[in-house]
Design a protein around this ligand. Structure first.
Ligand SMILES: Cc1cc2nc3c(=O)[nH]c(=O)nc-3n(C[C@H](O)[C@H](O)[C@H](O)COP(=O)(O)OP(=O)(O)OC[C@H]3O[C@@H](n4cnc5c(N)ncnc54)[C@H](O)[C@@H]3O)c2cc1C
Length: 449
């Protein structure tokens, strides 16, 4: 952004992406006006209802490093070295995420992370954060961003161009662009919802704190991630309707019986289960596909506002952070906002479409296939091929989680080639794969990374 007139920008939403982006752009010398509908998190309790903790991985960490905040975030994160699978009979099996010491993912509290990002952004002279400001719409023909001050109730307008909307999956800016016919949007809702439950620190002793716990049950699952206060946040993913569904869990007795039958070893972890179950909200999950992401140099949608995904790969925040880094880097190359917005969209849309697909596929893997002997065997085979051919084979999960230098679209493409190859090499239970065949297929089909 070279011209002086173009050196200020509105950002709508001081969530994870908006706060990080404000900081990155201020570090480039831009003047950022950041509008957030919530009160200042430094002075109020966090809003409840959405995931309390999240899995942070290499892409997200790289972005936090670019913004110079990783040292502070490091104090908030807990390493998770694999999935601890709780089998229906009560047996436990740790499935490591990777095979090198640094190949772990990190549990982080959403509210703590957001607070640190807001603090860091707000103390930069280039950022002005306005809390309690609800964005109502982007009026492109009128060149205005419409807002309402939640404290006083009055509505007002500011000049629109340029605005970056990071107002999340339910983006008001996206809705206004859709209504004006400037973007098209497809929302694919899952027929499964989620509900979060707290495992208090006093009850959490049986859980390994350095794992992501999963109770896969075929059509549904329970997971739990550690928090820094010793508690865990568990999340139940379950069909909305049907015989085994949230709709069927309508009484305390039904909830107690369901957990005792399906997640027996989790029952002692949730001492006040029925009370929590009915007090906590039931959330929806879906994928948002938007095209285009920008209207000229006026408005750009970014993060969940452009491409919300289901949470089963633990990559929504990581992908949103990666968006911010790409925008930040491209801002040094483009002369105007229109070029910059177009450049960000063309760099990112194929990649966010790829992680959206992998995230949906991962739901089946987490709730179902992790219990399958063939899945476990092929995962071990993929890891042994990675050790033998490190420049050609990296398991798909590892490419997304531990290799930010590999774009998601390439991870998806190579993952498909590798899945085919693993199916051909898998000798079945009790047998060893043919090493010569493995070398030939890998060298023929997988170009060096
Ligand atoms: C159950 C669940 C589990 C998840 N787990 C993971 C995980 O493990 N790892 C991972 O990487 N991702 C995970 N995600 C995804 C992650 O939460 C999102 O991808 C991430 O929050 C996107 O960041 P964002 O800044 O785009 O949106 P958000 O974090 O949603 O921020 C949007 C901000 O905009 C504000 N806002 C909204 N509307 C307005 C308005 N009209 N005016 C002004 N401000 C507004 C909001 O208050 C908020 O501060 C999970 C999501 C869910 C639902």
């Amino acid at each position: 952004m070279r011209s002086a007139a173009a050196r200020s920008v509105n950002i709508v939403g001081a969530g994870l992406a908006g706060a990080l982006l404000a900081l990155l752009l201020a570090r480039r010398g831009l003047q950022v006006m950041l509008f957030e509908r919530r009160p200042d998190p430094r002075q109020s309790a966090p809003e409840r209802g959405r995931s309390i903790n999240l899995a942070l991985a290499a892409r997200g960490m790289r972005a936090l490093e670019c913004a110079g905040v990783m040292a502070r975030v490091r104090e908030l994160i807990i390493p998770m070295r694999g999935r601890m699978v709780h089998e229906p009979g009560g047996a436990l099996a740790l499935q490591p995420y990777g095979q090198r010491a640094h190949e772990v993912i990190w549990s982080v509290g959403r509210a703590d992370l957001n607070r640190v990002l807001i603090e860091e952004a707000a103390r930069h002279a280039g950022v002005s954060v306005r809390f309690n400001q609800l964005c109502l719409a982007a009026d492109v023909p009128g060149g205005k961003l419409r807002l309402r001050n939640q404290a006083g109730g009055e509505s007002y307008e500011v000049a629109l161009a340029p605005t970056i909307a990071t107002d999340g999956a339910g983006s008001a800016v996206r809705a206004s662009l859709l209504e004006a016919g400037l973007v098209s949007v497809r929302e694919d809702w899952l027929d499964h919802d989620y509900k979060e439950l707290t495992v208090p620190a006093a009850a959490a002793a049986p859980l390994d704190r350095n794992a992501l716990h999963v109770w896969p049950r075929g059509g549904f699952m329970l997971i739990a991630l550690p928090n820094t206060d010793g508690s865990f946040t568990a999340t139940l993913f379950l069909a909305r309707t049907g015989p085994r569904s949230f709709a069927a869990l309508s009484t305390p007795q039904a909830v107690t019986e369901f957990f005792a039958r399906e997640f027996a070893d989790a029952v002692p972890l949730l001492p006040d289960l029925p009370a929590q179950f009915f007090a906590h909200p039931q959330g929806q999950l879906g994928t948002v596909h938007t095209a285009p992401w920008h209207v000229g140099g006026e408005v750009l949608l970014l993060g969940d506002a452009a491409h919300a995904i289901v949470p089963f790969h633990g990559q929504g925040m990581n992908a949103a952070f990666e968006d911010c880094v790409v925008l930040d880097q491209l801002s040094a190359q483009h002369a105007d906002w229109q070029q910059l917005f177009a450049g960000v969209e063309s760099a990112r849309r194929p990649n966010t479409a790829a992680i959206a697909r992998m995230a949906v596929e991962n739901y089946t893997e987490m709730r179902d296939t992790v219990l399958d002997a063939g899945f476990v065997r092929r995962k071990a085979l993929a890891m042994s091929l990675e050790r033998r051919f490190p420049d050609r084979v990296i398991p798909r999960y590892s490419m997304s989680m531990f290799h930010p230098e590999i774009p998601y679209a390439e991870a998806l493409h190579r993952g498909e080639l590798q899945a085919q190859l693993l199916a051909e090499l898998d000798p079945g239970a009790g047998a060893e794969p043919d090493p010569a065949l493995a070398a030939r297929l890998v060298n023929e089909r997988l170009p060096p990374l």
